[in-house]
Design a protein around this ligand. Sequence first.
Ligand code: FES
Length: 136
Amino acid sequence: MSDEASPPIPPAAVEGTTLPRIAQALNIGGYARHMLLCIGPDCCSLEEGKESWDYLKRRLKELGLANGPVYRSKVGCLRICREGPMAVVYPEGTWYCRVTPEVCEAIIQEHLIGGRPVEEHAFACNPLRMAAQPEE
Ligand code: FES
C-alpha cells in the first residue's frame, strides 16, 4: 500500500454538515482498496449483478474487510456494457469482467487481501497517478 498521505479536505466544503461523521463511519481516508462492481443491466442481467453484489458484501463482512481495508461500491454502469458483471479495483485500476461469485472470491483472496491482481480475469489496467502539485 501507498504511504502517501491523503490530500487535505478543505474545511469550508463540509463545515456545518454531517458529512465528516459519515465519512469517518465509512472509514473514508483509511481504506487501502476500493472495488466498484457494476450490477447491470447492460453488461449482465440484474439477477447476475445482484448475485455477485450480494456475494461481495457478504464475504467482505465475513472476512472483516468491509469498511476496513476495503471499500465497496455498487454502480449502474462502468461504460463497458458487455461481459459483466464488470468490476474495477483501485488503486491498481485493475478491470475485471464476468465477475461471478466464484471470480469475486478469487479477487477477494488474491487481490483485495493478497495484493496481486487476478490476471486471468483482468482485461485492462489503469493505475491512478497523483496530479502534479502546483509549485509554491
Ligand atoms: S451496464 Fe455494466 S458496464 Fe455498463
